[in-house]
Structure formats: C-alpha cells, structure tokens
Write a protein that binds this ligand. Structure first.
Ligand code: FPP
Length: 241
C-alpha cells in the first residue's frame, strides 16, 4: 500500500455528535479525545510518519468562554494522561501555532511534551494548537522581514524554500493527505501553504466516530487517487512546480 508520509486531519463534528445524542458539546469533545488516541495508534500501525491534528484554531477563541476552557482542559488532560505512553511508543510530539497568547500552564505542558519526546522517531504527532494558516504565513513573513532588515538576508534571494522553512512546520514535509470529517468541504485556514498539493479527502463521519477503519478507508481513497498516475510523472512534477 502506498502510505502517505504525512497525514493532516481537521477533526470536525464533535458538537454535532453530542447534539445528536442529546449530550453536551463537552461530551462530544471528550469522545473526540478518544478518537485522537485511536488515530495516533492507527497512524503508527499504518506506517504514517507524520500526523498533524487541528486541535484548536486561531478562530476557536470566538466560541463561548466555557467551551474554550473545555478545549484547553482537554488538551492538558490528554498530555498529562497520554504523554508517558506516547513516549514509550517512541512518538515525537510537536506543537504548531501561535504560542504567545497561551496560558503559562498550557505552554509549560506543551514544551514538556516536546522536550521529553524530541529524540523519538517512530511517528511525529504534530498538534496544531492556536493555529491558523494565515497567521503562520504572517509570522513567517515577519521573521523573514526582520532578517532582511538586519542585513542577514538578501531580499532578492527569498524563494518558496525561504518561506517554507520559516513556517511553524519548517522541517516537516508537506502533508500528502488532508482529511476532514463531518461532511464539511473546507480547509478552514488549516495548513494553507503546506497543503498546496495534498490530496483532500472529506469524510461524512463525525470526528468521534473516526476509528481505525475510517482511517484505513481514507488511506484507500488516497491510494486509488495516486495510483492513477501509475508510472507517469507525479502530478506535482507534471505541473512543473
Ligand atoms: C470540531 O468539532 C473540533 C474541535 C474544534 C476541537 C477538536 C479537539 C479535540 C478532538 C480534543 C482535543 C485535542 C487533542 C489533540 C487532545 P466542532 O465542535 O466544531 O463540531 P461541530 O462542527 O459539530 O459543532
């Protein structure tokens, strides 16, 4: 099986999953954490090397304060409860997104997870937290502009690689497959630059129902799409990029 090296997922539908059961949105997000665990396990088993999960977007701050607190709490709960096991399984945890506006306790936990697991290489779990694709590009632009203003970088030498390297995902390969659950067919400001050539797979299932077999189904769709190009040039190369 042609397994994508990097799978990125927009985990959508926790709220609808809960509403359909007459439960609170919080219980939908809790169930979503269980689906996160299963997705990480499955990714490792399938041989995926990078798994990026959209856990909290820059726009999620606009949700009611109680729900924002819930989502922050669930990330803390996940790191506290699962970090040791992730480390045992040789998973490297990395976090992308804007960090300055995060509370110190969250920041400390995220840093601890990154530090503890930085030598691991079985799977990279990239948690997109307080992440927005446009914000990523803006912050990268600021970095590049500062280097140019300091005389450390010749503006004429700026190319796609310069920008790629300045993004939060600097040393992470671009996603090959981007999955979104819940039937919505939007990128919603996720890895805008990085997903330029990713295969997009939109699944009808809600995130809490995303299990190993749903993951496998998405990998099969990916395989069928890429297989069409058989022995001829990769689609990206054919476009001359
Ligand atoms: C979308 O569902 C989901 C989110 C905004 C957050 C996803 C977060 C988790 C699964 C838990 C924490 C993450 C980790 C990595 C431990 P929605 O609330 O937008 O659903 P709706 O569109 O049906 O309302």
């Amino acid at each position: 099986m042609n397994v994508p090296q990097h799978v990125a997922i927009i985990m959508d539908g926790n709220g609808r999953w809960a509403e359909r059961r007459g439960q609170t949105r919080t219980s939908g997000h809790r169930k979503g954490v269980e689906a996160v665990r299963e997705a990480v396990r499955s990714a490792g088993e399938f041989g995926v090397k990078y798994l990026t999960l959209f856990a909290f977007s820059s726009e999620n701050w606009h949700r009611p304060q109680a729900e924002v607190n819930d989502l922050m709490g669930l990330l803390k709960f996940f790191i506290r409860r699962d970090l040791a096991e992730l480390h045992r399984e040789k998973v490297r945890v990395r976090v992308i997104g804007e960090r300055m506006s995060l509370k110190p306790d969250i920041l400390a936990l995220l840093t601890e997870a990154e530090e503890l697991t930085k030598e691991n290489s079985a799977l990279e779990l990239i948690i997109a937290f307080n992440y927005g694709g446009r914000d990523d590009i803006v912050r990268a632009t600021r970095l590049i502009a500062t280097r140019a203003a300091n005389g450390d970088l010749d503006p004429a030498s700026i190319c796609e690689k310069t920008l790629s390297a300045a993004l939060d995902t600097g040393d992470i390969p671009d996603p090959d497959l981007l999955i979104r659950t819940s039937g919505e067919q939007r990128i919603s400001n996720f890895l805008l630059w990085q997903a330029a050539y990713a295969e997009l797979v939109f699944l009808p299932c809600l995130w809490p129902d995303f299990d190993r077999s749903a993951f496998e189904g998405a990998l099969q769709v990916y395989q069928n799409r890429t297989r069409r190009f058989g022995n001829i040039a990769e689609p990206d190369l054919a476009l001359g990029s």
